[in-house]
Design a protein around this ligand. Structure first.
Ligand code: BG6
Ligand code: MG
Length: 218
C-alpha cells in the first residue's frame, strides 16, 4: 500500500546550482573590501542565510563594519546576485530533477520547497518550476535559519503531512540537521563524507534511482 508522504526540496544546490552565482557576488564584495574569497571558503556559506553569510565573509577578511554599511553591502550583493538570476532559464535545472518531479506527480505525491533563500520564488519562476510545487517556504517565511527545523516544519504543515512522513532533499549540513531534528527522512545530495548525518546520500540528483524512490513511497 502507498504511504501518505510528502517531499520537501531545498533549492540552491538541489534543484539549481545557484551556489556559483552566490560565490561570484560574495567574491566581488570581498575583493571590494580588499581581500580574496576562495571557492573552498564559499562552502561555509551553503545553506546559510544572507545576513549570516556576510558575517562569515567579514570574519574571513577580518573586517569590521558599521551596521549601516553592512545593510548597504547586503543590498549590493543581492543586486549583483539578481543580475545572474535574471539570466536563468530551465536549462539550469540540475540533471535528474525533472524526472524526479515527474515521478512524484505520476504517483500523486505532493512536494514543497524548503529554502533559506528570499529569492526562491523568483528563481523557481525563472526556471519554470514554480507552478509544480504544492507549497513554497522560503527565507521570507522563517525567523530561524537552518539547522533550526522551522522551514521544513512549515513545509510539512503546508503539505498537510506529519513531519515523520516527509522526506527532505538537502545539499547543506545545516539542512540535513534541520531535517533530522524535524524527524524527517533526510537525503543528502553531495559528498557522503560531508553529509554523513543524512539517512541516505547521493552524489547528485541524477544518481537517485526509481527503485530507491519506489521503496521510499511503498
Ligand atoms: C541558501 C543558500 O539556499 O539561501 C545560501 O544556500 C544563501 O548560500 C541563502 O545565502 C540565502 O539566499 P538569498 O537568495 O536570500 O540571499
Ligand atoms: Mg542548498
Amino acid at each position: 500500500m502507498k504511504k501518505e508522504i510528502g517531499f520537501i526540496f531545498d533549492l540552491d544546490g538541489v534543484i539549481v546550482d545557484t551556489a556559483k552565482y552566490h560565490y561570484l557576488a560574495w567574491r566581488n564584495l570581498a575583493n571590494s573590501l580588499g581581500f580574496d574569497f576562495t571557492e573552498e571558503q564559499n562552502e561555509q556559506l551553503k545553506g546559510v542565510s544572507r545576513v549570516k553569510s556576510l558575517e562569515i565573509l567579514l570574519n574571513i577578511g577580518k573586517v569590521t563594519l558599521s551596521e549601516e554599511k553592512k545593510q548597504f553591502l547586503l543590498l549590493e550583493k543581492n543586486k549583483e546576485y539578481l543580475e545572474y538570476v535574471n539570466t536563468m532559464t530551465s536549462d539550469e535545472i540540475l540533471p535528474g530533477v525533472n524526472q524526479l518531479l515527474t515521478f512524484l506527480e505520476t504517483n500523486n505525491i505532493k512536494f514543497a520547497l524548503g529554502s533559506a533563500s528570499k529569492n526562491a520564488p523568483l528563481i523557481l519562476e525563472k526556471v519554470g518550476l514554480y507552478q509544480r510545487f504544492t507549497a513554497i517556504v522560503d527565507g521570507n517565511d522563517v525567523s530561524k535559519a537552518k539547522p533550526n527545523p522551522e522551514v521544513f516544519l512549515i513545509g510539512a504543515k503546508k503539505l498537510n503531512m506529519n513531519p515523520e512522513n516527509c522526506i527532505v532533499f538537502e545539499d547543506a549540513i545545516a539542512g540535513i540537521q534541520a531535517a533530522n531534528t524535524a524527524k524527517m527522512i533526510s537525503i543528502g545530495i553531495g559528498d557522503a563524507d560531508v553529509l554523513s548525518e543524512a539517512n541516505y546520500v547521493f552524489k547528485n540528483m541524477e544518481a537517485i534511482t526509481t527503485d530507491f524512490l519506489k521503496n521510499l513511497i511503498n
